[in-house]
Design a protein around this ligand. Sequence first.
Ligand code: PNS
Length: 209
Amino acid sequence: MGFLEPTKICKPGVFLLTKAVFSDKNMGNLVEPERIVPWMEKIAVYPGFFDPITNGHVDIILRGLRLFDKILVAVLKNPKKEALFSTKDRVAMIQEIFIRQPDIEVKAFDGLLVEFVRFVRRHKAKIVIRGLRAVSDFEYELQMALMNRQLDPEIETLYMMPSVHYSFLNSGVVKEVFSLGGSVTGLVPEIVEKKLREKLKQGRLSVGK
Ligand code: PNS
């Protein structure tokens, strides 16, 4: 039986110094000389449409950082799906929210999610994280996770529960409430509220969008 025991914690891109420890029931622990193994940065991809991002999404991203060194927020560019905000705006809003967090990156993608994850896998990403708010999310999420696994068995999907404060929240509800004059303060980041106000002034925010 053997395992590697880290002796030095290094930054990403650096190497990790480890000791191999082998235990033998007669001789106790035998420690091999230190060896060097490459540091593996743990990256997760958090995909979504984010039209717009809500505090529920922000909550999942920050929870993800407890488990991963970096979260790559993947914003779906989907010309078939009607969006209130352009892909560029959706990406820019998320970038602005996390401007002081170098461990959160935002990129747009189109086509299959697994293709995008394969592309970033060169940078060691093979985990997709998704938020699961309620049982009602489960069927769709199960179908998506299993389909993605069918397409690429190397990719795992990890589900995280948002804070209970956001368990009722989605982008559609935010747009509908705001368009009808309701307050979304505390439910979306400030930049999103500002952009929603601009859309309302331009007459581009109506129910159903
Ligand atoms: O915010 P959403 O709408 O819940 O996000 C859904 C998203 C973007 C994760 C999903 O629609 C997706 O991955 N689309 C890319 C196309 C794809 O890979 N489809 C196969 C998964 S069933």
